[in-house]
Design a protein around this ligand. Structure first.
Ligand SMILES: Cc1cc2nc3c(=O)[nH]c(=O)nc-3n(C[C@H](O)[C@H](O)[C@H](O)COP(=O)(O)OP(=O)(O)OC[C@H]3O[C@@H](n4cnc5c(N)ncnc54)[C@H](O)[C@@H]3O)c2cc1C
Length: 410
């Protein structure tokens, strides 16, 4: 089999791989990017059709490259995001080879050996940019004999894909909450299982949430606050950008349920934690307003006050008298969308570079194994790391690290 040699190999051509290529090129590091499908494939085929970016176009982008023809305050559609990365890669002439999957990565005396179906590539450095959300997770809860259509949020495309009938959406982070709302607006009866979540305001005092995160220094936070490790975040750019408000969803007809915990006698059972989860989300929302007010006062910002942002509608009946189970047949539920997150899947990396849970051992993306790097992972160096501009920043730092090694291997 042919063996090709390259100084640095980048695996994956999503935003993190493209950003890495840009920074390596800027430092004159010879490299190749391998992508098993197409540039930004996950934005193309693993997101629902109506998805728009969670942040406005002025924010969710690479610095120095705007979304052409898009109002900076608008939220780019997923196809626009994919086209943006494709255009950027073309502009910088990124050396991306599409349709080539790395099926195994080994360590060698001189560096690394990547096996693909097209041949072997040897490299002194490897940057793994295969995504923060690799393997869809569906809990082993509702058996196939229940006879429903069950799919993960990464396979959900549009309401018409589901059989006629009511839908249970499990998980109320950004994906689950948005999918539930889309299904409800399409005329479906929707049940939404809501676990612990944060739900920051979309805008406050005239500024977007992402602007406030920047002002409050939260994008640069190094780690999640203790106790929030398993808390999901519900934000949305859909319908022009709205705060994810579960009272509003309930008023529109979505039936809220606590966290799903099992299946018995044709019913999905749920925890009695719904009111607590809603209260926790409210507290998070209010804490952002408090911090924003304190910042505005301390810095003398003349932003319009917004007391109405603190007024909540009464809790809906589904929260005050929560159900503890959902009889699927009796409620006409014919499908379940599991918006239950993702796991890492690095089984193809045959290198001792992971902890017992399969997480890479690294310091801000620099692996313990010399010459190996990870980019694009949540909290790689800070809160922003899995977001478009955050991956750009991490890639810049990692490219500098690689450039410093290059003379030794050139
Ligand atoms: C529903 C959803 C909405 C999101 N919305 C936003 C948002 O609005 N704004 C934002 O900043 N972030 C958002 N994110 C987070 C993040 O930006 C995306 O997940 C983004 O796709 C991550 O980019 P990436 O380059 O790190 O990884 P990916 O986009 O996952 O790219 C990895 C690439 O590697 C390829 N690949 C994988 N394995 C191999 C292999 N073995 N060999 C070769 N190629 C391989 C894949 O085909 C893929 O193209 C969202 C995430 C989700 C799930």
């Amino acid at each position: 089999m042919a063996v090709e040699t390259v100084n640095t190999l980048v695996i994956g051509a999503g935003q993190a791989g493209i950003a890495t290529s840009a920074h390596l090129a800027q430092r004159g590091v010879p490299h190749l990017v391998l992508e098993r499908a197409r540039i930004a494939e996950r934005w193309r085929s693993e997101r629902w059709e109506s998805l728009v970016a969670n942040g406005p176009a002025w924010h969710d982008r690479f610095p120095g490259q705007e979304f052409e023809g898009l109002d900076p305050d608008a939220f780019a559609g997923k196809e626009q995001v994919a086209a943006y990365f494709e255009a950027f890669a073309a502009k910088i002439n990124a050396p991306v080879r599409c349709g080539v999957e790395v099926v195994a990565l080994h360590r060698t005396a001189a560096g690394f050996r990547a096996e693909t179906r097209d041949g072997v590539i040897e490299a002194a450095q490897v940057v793994v940019a295969t995504g923060p959300f690799q393997k869809p997770l569906i809990p082993d809860m509702v058996p196939a004999r229940a006879g429903l259509m069950q799919l993960h949020s990464s396979a959900y495309k549009a309401p018409g894909q589901l059989p006629a009938g009511a839908v249970l959406v499990v998980g109320a982070g950004s994906s689950g909450a948005q999918i539930a709302e889309e299904l409800q607006r399409s005329g479906r009866q929707v049940f939404l299982s809501v676990g612990p979540h944060d739900r920051p305001p979309r805008r406050y005092r005239g500024q977007d949430f992402v602007w406030w995160l920047g002002k409050l220094g939260k994008w640069d936070a190094k780690a999640k606050e203790p106790g929030t490790e398993h808390v999901t975040i519900a934000v949305s750019g859909a319908y022009g950008g709205q705060t994810m408000d579960f009272r509003r969803l309930a008023a529109q007809g979505v039936v809220l349920l606590g966290r799903a915990n099992g299946f018995a006698d044709g019913a999905v059972t749920v925890n009695g934690d719904l009111a607590q989860n809603i209260a926790r989300g409210d507290a998070n929302y209010l804490s952002v307003l408090d911090e924003a007010d304190a910042y505005a006062a301390a810095h003398g910002l003349s932003l319009p006050e917004e007391p109405s942002a603190r007024v909540f509608a009464p809790l809906p009946g589904c929260v005050t008298q929560p159900r503890l189970s959902l009889d699927l047949a009796a409620e006409g539920v014919t499908s379940i969308v599991w918006a239950t997150g993702y796991a890492l899947d690095y089984g193809w990396i045959k290198i001792d570079a992971f902890d017992a849970q399969g997480r890479p051992l690294h310091r801000e993306g620099v692996a313990q194994v010399p010459g190996l790097y990870f980019v694009g992972l949540p909290w790689l160096s800070c809160r922003g790391s899995a977001f478009i501009w955050g991956a750009w920043r991490d890639a810049e730092r990692l490219a500098a690290h690689i450039a410093a090694r290059v003379p030794a291997h050139a």
